[in-house]
Design a protein around this ligand. Structure first.
Ligand SMILES: [Fe+2]
Ligand SMILES: [Fe+2]
Length: 184
């Protein structure tokens, strides 16, 4: 028997296969981001690097939280993660935020900013697609979007000096919007 959860969103106009593709690609991008942000945070070294290290850590943990929050929804919708990590990474919806060849703090911040800009586009698109049709996925992607918009603004502030409204999280990677979706 099909899950009522799937029937009702299909009746509202959602193509579940298309939505699952969007969610799995977004989860892959979060997984990849978490890995590369680990690298970027470690290379945020020296006095200049120390100034951004905690902020990179907040974004790193929150992006990992986004992966964790997306996975249960993928399975609820009848989907699954690929049983091949290389394949999973290949389908990520954003380019890999690699450590730049010349890893100055400015260059690292540019990589971070580009990654967050891509994430803002990804979740804006999922919100647009699910709005009024799939309240649970919409609520989840909106919560993630709130955090991605903040991440983008933080890195833009660090790069340009333009205020973003940033003040530190209460705890590292607090995820003020996404935490309600996390099981642990
Ligand atoms: Fe994220
Ligand atoms: Fe992010």
């Amino acid at each position: 028997m099909p899950r009522r959860n799937i029937e009702v969103i299909e009746a509202a106009g959602i193509n579940v296969k298309k939505l699952l593709d969007m969610l799995v690609r977004a989860a892959a991008a979060e997984f990849v981001t978490y890995y590369y942000y680990t690298l970027l945070r470690n290379h945020a070294a020296g006095m200049e690097g120390e100034a951004i290290k905690e902020i990179v850590e907040d974004a790193r943990i929150e992006d990992r939280n986004h992966f964790e929050a997306l996975v249960p929804r993928i399975y609820e919708l009848g989907g699954s993660l690929p049983n091949n990590l290389v394949e999973f990474i290949r389908i990520a919806s954003c380019p890999e935020p690699k450590l730049p060849e010349n890893p100055t703090i400015k260059n690292i911040l540019e990589v971070l900013l580009e990654a967050e800009r891509c994430a803002v586009s990804v979740y804006s698109e999922i919100c647009r697609y699910t709005h009024g049709k799939d309240p649970r996925t919409y609520d989840l992607s909106l919560a993630i979007l709130h955090e991605e918009v903040e991440h983008e603004a933080w890195f833009e502030e660090l790069l340009t000096g333009r205020p973003s409204g940033h003040f530190r999280r209460k705890t590292p990677g607090e995820s003020p919007y996404v935490s309600k979706f996390l099981r642990t």
